[in-house]
Unconditional design. Structure first.
Length: 128
């Protein structure tokens, strides 16, 4: 599945960017829930180092492990792919993604994510 923006880019580079994105989402959600690397690793029956590799995008997580991880982190599996369009097409970047990447304080990240989740639940003008 190629679009015009990545026709010249090898598929493995696009896949690598997707792995990095999923890893960042894993780490963000793990920190949001307050779980340690060790606690998540125990639920997936892997080492904490494996979870670190997933979070850095150094190792590719299997579909089965991603489903278990979603359950462990109490989130729908689609969460890990939110914002993927800006990864597949690097010319599309949102202010929200940029802002989240710049937040270093976990409690501020959590507040930001909570706000976004509330806004998503609010009917939008076109939905009324």
């Amino acid at each position: 599945m190629k679009n015009n923006s990545d026709q010249n880019e090898p598929p493995h580079k696009v896949a690598y960017r997707i792995d990095k994105h999923v890893g960042q989402r894993i780490k963000m959600r793990r920190k949001y829930t307050g779980l340690t690397l060790e606690a998540v690793a125990k639920n997936l029956d892997v080492t904490y180092q494996t979870i670190q590799k997933y979070e850095r995008g150094d190792s590719r997580i299997t579909a089965g492990q991603l489903m278990l991880l979603a359950r462990t982190l109490n989130i729908d599996i689609s969460y890990f792919y939110d914002g993927i369009d800006s990864i597949i097409n690097p010319h599309v970047d949102t202010a929200v993604n940029s802002a989240l990447k710049g937040l270093k304080n976990p409690s501020i990240q959590k507040a930001f994510v909570d706000l976004i989740e509330q806004v998503k639940k609010t009917p939008q003008r076109g939905d009324l």
